[in-house]
Design a protein. Structure first.
Lengths: 140, 150
């Protein structure tokens, strides 16, 4: 088993939960990142500002931690070249068709006790586990 | 304007949380998904930490008549578990398993200025656009993102 980041995980997760709760309590919106980004492209004009602001904040928040004295932002890419592009396309297509990702279905959907989100979350985790198994242990 | 400021703040805290939990590192995510390898349970603690806030928090907030800065809650309306939900989640799962990136962490990792992350994000947005075009063609994409789980 790899060294787990238990404290960082729980605190970081708590912050993600807090951010999602804020967006719901203040703006009445679900903090689903794929949906927020998708809406910048296809949403109505008046709706684009808060979406763009959320994405800017998301990048800035990570940047601030990267620059913090005891922070940092380790990055170990797991795919390169065409594999990386293909993965990006699949994530974009899949989250659009399945109307959500780890944040919208996982964090927010499960908190709303949505059965659709529960099914989606279980599906993408199981498929991702199978994908990792096949790509790393069978066809590696 | 007010909703843009609150969204900026929410996004900031969200990005901070992704960075603190190291979910911006695809190695952490693949470590969680790789059950046959050196399993890394960190993602489980992240989900636990998030749900510990959202589960009670959402229940409390949804009892209020309206959000503080907007006229109404814009919640997903779909209830039925249909084929697009499962097919889409499965397609997303393949991409997630290949790269170890889902949309939030990938966007947050743009702050590293890594060209590879930018490539992934560009492909992801292209994929969303492509899927929305196909949905429009088929006439099934009439619903807007407001209606989605996000």
């Amino acid at each position: 088993m790899a060294e787990a980041n238990v404290v960082g995980g729980i605190i970081g997760g708590g912050l993600i939960g807090l951010a999602s709760l804020m967006l719901l309590a203040l703006n009445g919106r679900i903090a689903g990142v794929s949906g927020i980004v998708g809406g910048i492209l296809t949403g109505s004009a008046g709706d684009r500002w808060w979406r763009a602001a959320f994405v800017v904040g998301l990048i800035a928040g990570a940047e601030v931690y990267a620059l913090a004295p005891r922070g940092g932002l380790p990055l170990h890419m797991q795919a390169q070249g065409l594999g990386l592009i293909a993965a990006g396309l699949l994530v974009g297509i899949g989250t659009r068709i399945g109307s959500g990702c780890t944040s919208g279905h996982g964090v927010c959907g499960l908190a709303r006790l949505s059965s659709r989100s529960l099914v989606a979350t279980l599906t993408f985790i199981i498929v991702a586990v199978i994908t990792v198994f096949l790509s790393r242990h069978v066809f590696s | 304007m007010k909703t843009a400021v609150s969204a900026l703040l929410s996004g900031f805290i969200f990005g901070l949380g992704l960075a603190v939990s190291e979910m911006t590192d695809p190695a952490r995510v693949i470590g969680f998904l790789d059950l046959a390898g050196q399993w890394d349970p960190t993602l489980l603690f992240v989900m636990g930490g998030a749900l510990a806030v959202t589960l009670p928090g959402f229940a409390m907030v949804q009892r209020r008549p309206r959000p503080l800065l907007a006229e109404k809650f814009t919640m997903p309306t779909k209830k039925e578990i249909d084929a697009p939900l499962i097919i889409g989640a499965a397609i997303f799962g393949i991409g997630w398993g290949l790269a170890g990136f889902c949309p939030g962490p990938a966007l947050a990792a743009l702050s590293t200025l890594s060209p590879s992350v930018a490539e992934f994000v560009a492909a992801m947005i292209a994929g969303q656009w492509l899927a929305s075009r196909v949905e429009l063609r088929l006439g099934v994409g009439v619903q807007t993102f407001c209606d989605d789980e996000g």
